[in-house]
Design a protein around this ligand. Sequence first.
Ligand code: SF4
Ligand code: SF4
Length: 338
Amino acid sequence: MKKTTFLKRKMREASFISRALLSSRHPVLAHLIPMRRCNLACGYCNEYDRTSKPVDLAIIKSRLDKLADLGTSVVTISGGEPMMHPELDQIIHHIRQRGMIAGLISNGYYFTPERIKRLNKAGLEYLQISIDNVEPDEVSRKSLRVLDKKLRHLSEHADFHVNINSVIGGGIKNPEDALTVARRAVELGFSTTVGVIHDGDGTLKPLSKKEKDIFQEVKKMGNKDHARLNWFQDSIAEGKPYNWRCRAGARYLYICEDGKVHWCSQQRGYPGIPLEQYTMEDFDREYKTEKWCAPTCTLQCVHQVGILDNWRDPQKTPAQIAQEQKNGKRVGEMIGAD
Ligand code: SF4
Ligand code: SF4
């Protein structure tokens, strides 16, 4: 990556972080889904289908315009597999034109030199690829052996930042694979993070001694900024709940392929309001709402966004907020009656 591109990116990062610290009334990060379809079928995934069509470019642009109008700092395109969207370059270009930071999450299968150069030109700034194992198995084909050639192309041609995420826990067969993946990422000049995942049945169990040792080693090799932001993982690794304030629906938005706002990929359905109708009133309600799923949540990006406001604005349960709204309404009705 060119030194000027690197410096420009760092300055943009610094400016969005200071803006987020100065004001809590805009979204920091939005995940936008331009298509649900995926070329893979990972055994643990509930975020893909095999048949859906790409969302129209004009519709995506109008969703991006609404995110920009809400003051969103970063838009990350996710899926399914977003590289299958035929107009991905125009989507990225539009994010940049509207002054937002452009990120992409992909399974890595489509990165040819020509495709990488087109993404450079479109203005992509961040890419994350998750690699689950070294050899493909019946659960996941997001494997180092299959993807190594693509990683080499990225190392050679990408002007954007590349982060490789490995995973540990959740009954992953060979925990040492996380170490092999992280070492290869560092060797190729990428940053690396590690995700701690729940057991297959969704329960919070401590990592085994061997998994914990590998987790600590991978963390040491990783991006220092990410390590500093991922304290929650130490609790999850110990099988303990973590106390934090999830700002999903406000500072973090998940926009599905139908254009509705959800808390996150794992809590789809609520609030379920179309983005075009989303107001600052919705934003404020979700900002204040305590999420029941927060203590065991492992979604790194939402945790990182949460850190920006963890020190301010305590949250309330949905029942408390509903009661307050009811009380407020009653006062309003009394004033109206008077
Ligand atoms: S590559 Fe990603 S979106 Fe596709 S099935 Fe696997 S985890 Fe799901
Ligand atoms: S706590 Fe985690 S799972 Fe729950 S809404 Fe927030 S991000 Fe989603």
